[in-house]
Ligand binder design. Structure first.
Ligand code: FES
Ligand code: FES
Length: 165
């Protein structure tokens, strides 16, 4: 079947079976490999994307459910993307991405796109989150490297920076 997807504001067409996981379509058909495929069972959060503004596990979301909904992946989270005019690497980062770098909140980086997506959704709901709200907002995203402390600090700091701008 043929599906029309709108990802990061760009239209894509995917000729795949209706049950194909959105994560697979994003990576293989759209070439958006920032979204990671980890467990494939809805347990690690590495595949998190925004669909209609809500975080979903794209490994469990069939492409037929995603068609027609606005989808945002890690490649589309920053307001100024490289490739759009004269944008430097620094200016191309979302505040959450910059805070992750500044706090050393990533090691292997496999969980990072999903973490950043979940953090962005959390900050949209709670611009001034408590530590408990951050922990709660990231509860579906697993990281085997960092021990989470730096990630939590990065999200709290990103919230502070966003409120200051
Ligand atoms: S790959 Fe989707 S939750 Fe793990
Ligand atoms: S940085 Fe390696 S899994 Fe999180």
């Amino acid at each position: 079947m043929s599906f029309q997807l709108k990802v990061n504001g760009v239209e894509y067409r995917a000729d795949v079976p209706a049950s194909t996981p959105l994560a697979q379509v994003l990576r293989d058909e759209c070439g958006l490999r920032g979204t990671k495929l980890g467990c494939g069972q809805g347990e690690c959060g590495a595949c998190s994307v925004l669909m209609g503004g809500r975080v979903v596990c794209s490994c469990l979301t069939p492409v037929c459910r995603a068609a027609g909904q606005p989808i945002t992946t890690i490649e589309g989270i920053a307001p100024n993307r490289i490739g759009r005019g004269d944008v430097s690497v620094e200016d191309s980062l979302h505040p959450v991405q910059q805070a992750f770098i500044d706090h050393g909140a990533l090691q292997c980086g496999f969980c990072t796109p999903g973490m950043v997506i979940a953090a962005c959704a959390l900050l949209a709901r709670h611009p001034d989150p408590t530590e408990e709200q951050v922990i709660d907002g990231l509860t579906g995203n697993l990281c085997r490297c960092t021990g989470y402390r730096k990630i939590i600090d990065a999200v709290l700091d990103a919230a502070k920076r966003r409120r200051a701008t």
